[in-house]
Structures are given as C-alpha cells and as structure tokens.
Write a protein that binds this ligand. Structure first.
Ligand code: HEM
Ligand SMILES: CC(C)=CCC/C(C)=C/CC/C(C)=C/COP(=O)(O)OP(=O)(O)O
Length: 314
C-alpha cells in the first residue's frame, strides 16, 4: 500500500520508490563508468595517433566500444569480489553491491553480459591481438589485481596499473593490428602515472584501509615513505611524458608535457613538506584530482599536436 507523507506544511511528498533511472545510475556506478571514460579516451588517442586511423573507422569504433564494455566488466568484477571491503570504507560504502541495492547474482549476470558483448564487438570489429589485450586488461584488473595483489602486497597498484595502462596500445592495435614504439611509450606513461595518481588518495583513506586490513603503502610503510614514492613516480611520469615529444618531434605536446608535469612534481614536493594532519589530507586529495586532469591534458595535447602539426598550421 502506498503511504503518503506531508512535509509539515500540508504539501504531499510522494513515497520513495526505485525508479528506472536510479537502477540505471547504479549500473553506471557499478561499471565504474567515470574511470572507464578516461580509459576509453586514452584508447581513442591511441587510435588517432595510429597511421590511417580514418580509413579504419569501423575498427576504431568497435575498439572503443569493446574497451568501454570490457572496462565496465572489470569494474563490476572488482565490486563482486570485494563488497565487504567496500562496506568498510567511507568512500565506497554507498556502492550498489556494498549497499545491497543490487544483488550479487544480478551483478554477476551484468558482468557476464558486458564481457560477452565486449568479446562479440571486438571479435567482429577488430582483430585477435586487440581482443587478447583487452581480455588481459579486464582479467588483470578484475581478477589479478583485485583478488590477489590488492589484499597481499603494498605494491599492488604498481602491477595492477599495467591493466589500466593498456588502452592506448589497444586503441592502436584496433586500427593497425600491430604494435609500435609510440603506443608502448604511452602504456609506459600511464603505468608510471598510476602510483602518483592513486597513492595520494590512499594517504587520505589510510585509516579506512588499515581498518579493512588492506596493505596499501601508507598503511604498511607509513605516510612519509608513501610521499617519497609519490615524488619518485611524479618525476618519472614527467620524464616519460617527454618521450613522445622526442619520438614525434611534436613540440606543442612537448610544451604541455613540460609545464603540466612540472606542476605535478611541484604538488608532490609540497605534499612531502606538509605536516601530517587535515591540511595534508586535503592537499593529497587535490593532487589525486589533479592527476586525472593531468593525464587528460597530456592525451588531449597529443591529439591537438598531431592535428595541428599534420595540417601544417604552425
Ligand atoms: C591499478 C590502477 C589504479 C588504481 C588503484 C586506481 C584507483 C582509483 C581510485 C581508488 C579512485 C577513486 C574511485 C572512487 O572514488 O570511486 C580512482 C578514480 C579515478 N581513476 Fe583511477 N586508479 C587506477 C588506474 C586508473 C587508470 C589507468 C585511469 C585512467 C587512465 C584511472 C582514472 C581514474 C578516474 C578518471 C577517476 C575519477 C573517477 C570519478 O571521478 O568517479 N585510474 N582511481
Ligand atoms: C583495458 C581494460 C579493459 C582495463 C580495465 C582496467 C581498469 C578498469 C582499471 C581501472 C583501475 C581502477 C578503477 C582501480 C581502482 O582501484 P580499486 O579497485 O582498488 O579502487 P576502489 O577502492 O575504488 O574499488
């Protein structure tokens, strides 16, 4: 029976129901769609940088759709494996599986549907190499990182990051069917970026990770060691980010990489100097947010650089 409530001023409030939109939102969150959007973007850049991308636009589109579906499947697998951990962390306790809004069986079906669709799209529209690399990404993140690395080693994300670093190469192979130096350098770039992306957030959430017994670096080796590693990886990311400029002679990208990387290193340096406390936590969160804009900026500059230089505008 429907129960009517008033807001105290005689205005009738409709009872809370679960509209279709909220289910769609839960499916969106379950697939970690915001993270996947950056994965798809880095793959799109891999495609655009590949020779004759426009000639192979059907493979390019199939590649992007396949990565989106397979990345989503990885996100769902991750949450199927760790609903109890998600319940224990403030940041994740409201997720659809942790909160019980979506049943485990439903999530398993959802992951299988996403993965099945990804395999079908990639097998039909791309090539075996692209299919294998994408499957490796999903299994690497959803199974190897989530099930084995995350609960067992503080270096979990260094190795787990390899899965998330694959999309620029997958984009390239979707269009060309082969591997080349430039996409491998982009894989290396995302790989070395990942620790400086995630550890600042891990610093903010260290108490939650400690309570949940997850051996993240700030829990096992302390905040100071983690801040040192963030600085090391920020410098490494800065250096690796300059390689594509040398490979392609694209000085527009080179200038963007120089300045945005210097800012990343500056943030890592400042993070090291702050005394432990709420201000350091706030600054670490800012660095985590900047890391996302930074990667987006680097990959945007790669396409802009290619478009501008190849059209001889400058
Ligand atoms: C193993 C490697 C990685 C780890 C451990 C990691 C960890 C995280 C965590 C914990 C969050 C917060 C998510 C949330 O609060 O729901 C996050 C957010 C994010 N990550 Fe990563 N990440 C990794 C790799 C990547 C990669 C490779 C990319 C893209 C190329 C990426 C892009 C993003 C984006 C865009 C967000 C923001 C999501 C939002 O605003 O909801 N991450 N990451
Ligand atoms: C190519 C391809 C299909 C790749 C898929 C790889 C993929 C989805 C990487 C995302 C990495 C990510 C969101 C990590 C979150 O870490 P976490 O799970 O420890 O964070 P949490 O605490 O927020 O769950």
């Amino acid at each position: 029976m429907l129960k009517m409530e008033t807001n105290g001023q005689g205005v009738v409030r409709l009872p809370a129901r679960r509209p279709a939109l909220s289910l769609l939102w839960d499916l969106w969150v379950l697939a970690k769609a915001r993270v996947v959007s950056l994965l798809v973007f880095t793959a799109a850049v891999g495609e655009i940088l590949a020779p004759h991308a426009l000639l192979h636009w059907e493979s390019a589109l199939a590649g992007l759709l396949g990565i989106a579906l397979a990345g989503g499947a990885g996100g769902v697998l991750n949450q199927i494996v760790e609903p109890v951990l998600d319940q224990h962390m403030r940041r994740t306790s409201q997720r659809p599986l942790a909160d019980g809004r979506i049943p485990r069986g439903g999530a398993i079906l959802y992951a299988a549907a996403l993965m099945g669709a990804a395999i079908a799209v990639l097998a039909w529209g791309t090539n075996p190499l692209t299919l294998v690399l994408t499957l490796a990404g999903t299994v690497g993140y959803g199974v190897v990182y989530t099930l084995y690395l995350k609960p067992s080693t503080p270096w979990n994300i260094v190795w787990g990051g390899l899965a998330g670093a694959l999309p620029p190469l997958i984009g390239w192979t979707a269009v060309t069917g082969s591997v080349a130096a430039l996409p491998l350098v982009l894989v290396l770039l995302v790989f070395v970026w990942t620790p400086a992306h995630f550890w600042p957030l891990a610093i903010c959430c260290r108490r939650d990770y400690a309570e949940a017994c997850i051996p993240m670096l700030p829990v096992t080796h302390g905040v100071d060691r983690t801040r040192r590693e963030v600085l090391n990886y920020a410098v490494l990311t800065w250096l690796v980010s300059l390689l594509p400029a040398f490979l392609s002679g694209d000085w527009i990208y080179g200038a963007v990489a120089m300045v945005s990387g210097a800012w990343f290193v500056r943030m890592a340096l400042r993070l090291r100097t702050l005394p432990e406390g709420p201000e350091m936590d706030r600054y670490a969160r800012r660095m985590f947010l900047y890391s996302i804009s930074y990667l987006f900026l680097l990959f945007t500059a790669l396409i802009l650089g290619k478009l501008i230089m190849s059209h001889g505008i400058l």
